[in-house]
Design a protein around this ligand. Structure first.
Ligand code: CMC
Length: 428
């Protein structure tokens, strides 16, 4: 294959270098395009064909259904690793040694105190506030309580910022849930590991003896790992672009949380469960909803189906479907919406509309069923996604800063009015 791409505009031909990734993916390097062509740009709404950066964190092949963090397959990590090991791997590039992992955990626990004043901010939200809005606001507010800016040229500074947000975000997540339930706000315990602490902070009831159910721990650990990174998705790109203005880590993460909230991104897990409940309440007629999803005059979409990058099974969905069966079985939960979900999946996989468009279940299709079986309220589902995605956002932000990427600032093709003269208000 030629090592350049040739572009012909009118009489002129231009050559642009091809660059190859380590998995042989090919990109046309158009950095010099505008200068060489006297102002021509590319246009690609939704960035369907545009690589925004080079990245060594996550590899995914949407055609083959492959997902790897730092070279390790998602299947192996979900089966073998702890969430904190995966967080370390994503952020720092390699699996931690035993010493590195215990230091990471100890440093995170040491930094898990959230200033008591933050409780006043939390108090001022109505109980009805969506916890994603609360989490995004409180994460941004952390900046005010930790005003020191991070010197990204100092590994120590960078590390301190990372352990601080890794320590504090689970506390904010738990507080957002406990506030809704009218429960006292608590902190992490120095005796527990990362995932145990999340469970304790979310579920501890003041009047009850607390113990960690290994089924719940195992399921949560797996879900957090499966959500931990997904290369340049909407929220990761948001984190990178906000951070590219040299805004700090906490506010960049807060922006990522807001991006994740939308129903086309992380908010889909809540939307899936609400959709399955609506189908159940409507008599369980999956065919009716399949027809609605295919009707171009109906805004309804089959939530939890389709993906910008996967044109095959989302490998995370396969793992989560199996886990949903196991968790419900182990916990002795019978949930009729699992059967509705399986029915919808079966119909979609045989329906030409979905087959032709290569629409498969994504990560959000079955995750809500597990969250619900674990006792997590539906409004918290996207918050759980954010908790899992935190190491990915940190890794993306760190990589962007270490690579000294320029500020993110796309171009546009202007399609508005040409120059016109101002018209006085009385003459309009
Ligand atoms: N139900 C019905 N039709 C669909 C669906 C769906 N869920 N998803 C895509 N289509 C159709 C779409 O109407 C279009 O049809 P046509 O070619 O006739 O116009 C075609 O499939 C291509 O869809 P698109 O919207 O151009 O694809 P996209 O890459 O811009 O969007 C998506 C990807 C994930 C936003 C979309 O598939 C969708 O809205 N899915 C439902 C929401 C969802 O589950 N989101 C979670 C995504 S995975 C986790 C995450 O990112 O956080």
């Amino acid at each position: 294959m030629s090592e350049t791409a040739r572009l012909i505009i009118g009489e002129n031909a231009y050559e642009f270098p091809l660059v190859k990734g380590t998995e042989n993916e090919v990109a046309i390097d158009v950095k010099q395009l505008r200068g060489a062509t006297n102002g021509v740009i590319t246009i690609d709404p939704g960035f369907k064909n545009t690589g925004s950066c080079e990245s060594a964190i996550t590899f995914l092949d949407g055609e083959k259904g492959i997902l790897r963090y730092r070279g390790y397959s998602i299947e192996e990590l979900a089966e073998e690793a702890s969430f904190l090991e995966v967080a370390y791997l994503l952020i720092f590039g390699d699996l931690p040694t035993r010493d590195q992992l215990s230091k990471f955990l100890a440093d995170i626990r040491d930094n898990s105190i959230v200033d008591e004043e933050v409780k006043k901010i939390l108090d001022s939200f109505p109980k009805s506030a969506h916890p994603m809005g609360v989490l995004s606001s409180l994460t941004a507010a952390l900046t005010a309580f930790n005003p020191e800016s991070v010197n990204v040229d100092s590994e120590a500074d960078m590390y301190n910022a990372i352990v601080r947000i890794m320590g504090k975000l689970p506390v904010l997540v738990a507080w957002a849930m406990r506030k809704k339930q009218g429960l006292p706000l608590i902190y992490a315990s120095e005796r527990l590991d990362y995932v145990d602490n999340i469970i304790r902070m979310m579920f501890l009831k003041p009047h009850k003896e607390f113990f960690i159910n290994p089924i719940i721990k195992n399921a949560l650990n797996k879900l957090l790992i499966l959500h931990a990174d997904h290369e340049q998705n909407c929220s990761a790109s948001t984190v990178r672009i906000v951070g590219s203005s040299h805004a700090g880590l906490f506010v960049s993460i807060a922006a990522g949380i807001s991006a994740l909230w939308g129903p086309l991104h992380g908010g889909a897990n809540q939307a899936v469960l609400e959709m399955l409940e609506a189908i159940k309440a409507d008599g369980g007629d999956t065919k009716k909803y399949m027809a609605k999803a295919k009707d171009k005059n109906d805004p309804f979409r089959l939530m939890g189906f389709g993906h910008r990058v996967y044109k095959n099974f989302d490998p995370r969905a396969r793992i989560i479907k199996k886990a949903a069966d196991e968790v419900l079985n182990d916990l002795g939960v019978e949930d009729p919406i699992l059967e509705i979900a399986k029915g919808l999946e079966k119909e979609a996989l045989e329906d030409p509309y979905f087959v032709d468009r290569k629409l498969y279940p994504n990560v959000d299709f079955y995750s809500g069923i597990i969250y619900r079986a674990l006792g997590i309220p539906v409004e918290m589902f996207t918050v759980m996604f954010a908790l899992g995605r935190l190491p990915g956002w940190i890794a993306q932000w760190r990589e962007m800063r270490l690579r000294k990427e320029p500020i993110g600032r796309p171009r546009q093709l202007y399609t508005g009015e040409n120059h016109r003269s101002f018209v006085n208000i009385d003459e309009r």
